[in-house]
Design a protein around this ligand. Structure first.
Ligand code: NAD
Ligand code: SER
Length: 321
């Protein structure tokens, strides 16, 4: 990667990935694009273009203008929103992906896009879910992700496009709030913990899902993209994870910092059903073997960092011991 175009760059992942990429590869070598513009650091700290990923001509025009060698395709609609708007989700998630792959093929670019734990379904083995296993998702988002993984493989086999991808678990971060996902509760809970010392979870007790802290997710993208191509057996996409917990587990971790934190439940049937169709925990050994995947943050280390960063961000007083 030398000159990188990022789509959906103002979202939860992009807003932090842009800054990290600019730090490593140089600000002018990272072109942030999104369907909207704002005054965030990601939009202001280097080249930015408005780009709707369903507009192939505009994508080609911007990629050509900046002579990029890599496309990181992030623009998509997440699981809960996709379930509410399935046709819109199909058109954006598949149409945008096809345009990004076609741009990569025509301009001979390296290509990255994230898949998700949402690519798995109820018939997938739930614990220590293997890299290669049954994938029959029951959500529109999951159907998009499985089809996307296969399409990216197809572009590699058919056209030699250097496609790579990760099956991300729920990502937890303190910079940009997530939107429209099933795992969003694991971010919301920290905001409410520092502000109100209580949280009402829409995910039920005993529902385990994989999660990862954003700094580890960003490192994983860069490590995979910089990995020696000849070592990659699974290109699209690698299981990656750093932790697995249910609402009680994250609450217990928060209580180590905020002892009087309270958790109760008001379960949302739609997001609960999605969560129950996903694995409890992933096996990330293929990623470890093929390109050295590793992570730094386990649940308690992440909790400590999230709480401290959110208190700073929200100008909250740090309680005296
Ligand atoms: P996000 O919803 O936070 O951001 C998506 C961005 O895409 C937004 O800034 C939005 O404005 C933009 N966008 C929407 N429609 C667009 C269009 N037509 N053209 C251009 N931009 C458009 O999403 P995210 O959490 O940053 O996720 C990025 C990718 O990572 C997605 O493919 C998602 O499925 C995947 N992923 C995310 C997570 C997670 O927990 N965040 C986990 C697994 C996989
Ligand atoms: N965090 C994402 C979601 O819940 C997982 O892909 O949709």
């Amino acid at each position: 990667m030398k000159r990188i175009l990022v789509t959906g760059a103002l979202g939860q992942i992009g807003s932090e990935l842009i800054l990290k990429l600019r730090n490593i590869y140089g600000a002018h070598n990272v072109i942030a694009t999104d369907i909207r513009q704002n005054d965030s650091e990601a939009a202001q700290s280097g080249p930015f273009e408005v780009l709707d990923v369903t507009d192939f001509k505009q994508m080609m025009k911007i990629a050509t203008k900046y002579q990029v060698d890599t496309i990181v395709h992030l623009a998509a609609i997440l699981s809960a929103s996709a379930e509410a708007m399935p046709v819109f989700a199909w058109n954006l998630n598949m149409g945008g992906l096809l345009n990004a792959l076609e741009t990569a093929r025509e301009l001979k670019l390296q290509f990255f896009t994230p898949s998700s734990i949402g690519a798995f379904g109820p018939s997938t083995p739930k614990d220590n879910t293997p890299q290669d296993t049954i994938m029959r998702p029951t959500t529109m988002y999951g159907v998009n992700k499985v089809a996307g993984e296969l399409l990216a493989d197809y572009y590699f086999y058919k056209y030699g496009v250097d496609t790579r991808g990760l099956r991300f678990p729920g990502l937890i971060s303190h910079v940009t709030e997530p939107g429209g996902g099933t795992t969003d509760y694991a971010v919301d809970i920290y905001y409410k913990a520092v502000q109100e010392k209580k949280y009402t979870s829409y995910i039920a007790k005993g529902t385990f899902m994989d999660m990862m802290y954003m700094p580890d997710a960003l490192n994983a993208i860069i490590d995979l993209m910089e990995a020696d191509s000849s070592r990659l057996v699974h290109r699209n996409s690698f299981n990656v994870t750093a932790m697995s917990f249910d609402p009680e587990g994250i609450a217990a971790s928060i209580r180590m910092q905020i002892p009087d934190f309270k958790l109760d439940y008001d379960v949302d049937p739609c997001r609960q059903q999605i969560a129950e169709s996903w694995p409890n925990s992933l096996d990330a050994s293929a990623a470890m073997q093929e390109w050295g995947f590793h992570y730094e943050f386990d649940l308690d280390k992440m909790t400590e960092d999230m709480i401290s960063k959110l208190r700073q961000k929200l100008n909250l007083e740090i309680p005296k011991p």
